[in-house]
Write a protein that binds this ligand. Structure first.
Ligand SMILES: Cc1ncc(CN)c(N)n1
Length: 224
């Protein structure tokens, strides 16, 4: 198995805990409290703005045309395809543009995005891709699995658009190039440098888990 594809196994415990998190499972079953989803949606909107900046930082580190073009396409797909899901649900919830403009990022959301941006700022291109790789890969994996697991009641599921977006071919296509790109970038790295990339990847899987947890508990800040 290639280095990039083996990364999931390195984080398998928290990866599976993420899939089995009540937020993800209840979303799949269609039973998730809409207020929890609304909280997630608004926080995720802010998250995606910061996530897109990591790709902009990756572009500055890239030299070849293919890499630049892939990074530019995924950034476009964040604003066009992923944000479309947000627009659908925001309309459904009657969330106004004013409301969106006034949302404050939760403490954990700020922690997660600050970590991604700091990794991108300090690291090379491989490290920058490793910090955002789980963001795309876990969503694709969870989306596909939910679609299969809950196929019998998908039509009536309020969260069908979310599931179908992340289970869809377009989403997978937007980041599939990551596997070969990471394998190419680590070719000349030492074992120690590869371990660092693994650690960055695992951290982001952990952050993804905690994002579900934050949303499920609608946690804006610390608890006393
Ligand atoms: C927190 C989070 N992580 C990942 C994704 C999928 N790009 C997302 N929309 N939100």
């Amino acid at each position: 198995m290639s280095f990039s594809r083996s990364l999931k196994e390195k984080a398998i415990k928290v990866w599976e805990d993420g899939y089995n998190h009540p937020f993800v499972q209840e979303l799949g079953a269609g039973t998730l409290d809409k207020e929890k989803f609304k909280f997630y949606l608004l926080q995720d909107y802010l998250y995606l703005l910061e996530y897109a900046k990591v790709f902009a930082m990756a572009m500055v580190k890239a030299d070849d045309e293919k890499m630049l073009s892939n990074l530019s396409s995924i950034t476009k797909s964040i604003f066009v395809d992923e944000m479309e899901v947000h627009r659908i649900y925001m309309k459904e919830f009657g969330i106004t543009e004013d409301e969106v403009a006034n949302v404050k990022a939760s403490l954990f959301n700020r922690t997660y995005t600050a970590n991604m941006l700091a990794t991108a700022q300090k690291g090379d291109l491989a490290e920058t891709l490793a910090t955002v790789f789980p963001c795309a890969w876990t969503y694709c994996d969870y989306g596909k699995r939910l679609k299969e697991q809950y196929k019998n009641n998908l039509e009536d599921n309020f969260y069908k658009s979310w599931i179908e977006t992340y289970a869809g071919y377009e989403f997978e296509e937007s980041f599939e190039w990551f596997y070969d790109a990471i394998d190419e970038l680590v070719k000349n790295k030492t074992d120690k440098e590869k371990r660092k990339i693994e650690e960055i990847f695992i951290s982001s899987v952990e952050f993804e888990y905690m994002f579900w947890e934050m949303a499920y508990n609608k946690e804006m800040s610390y608890k006393k």
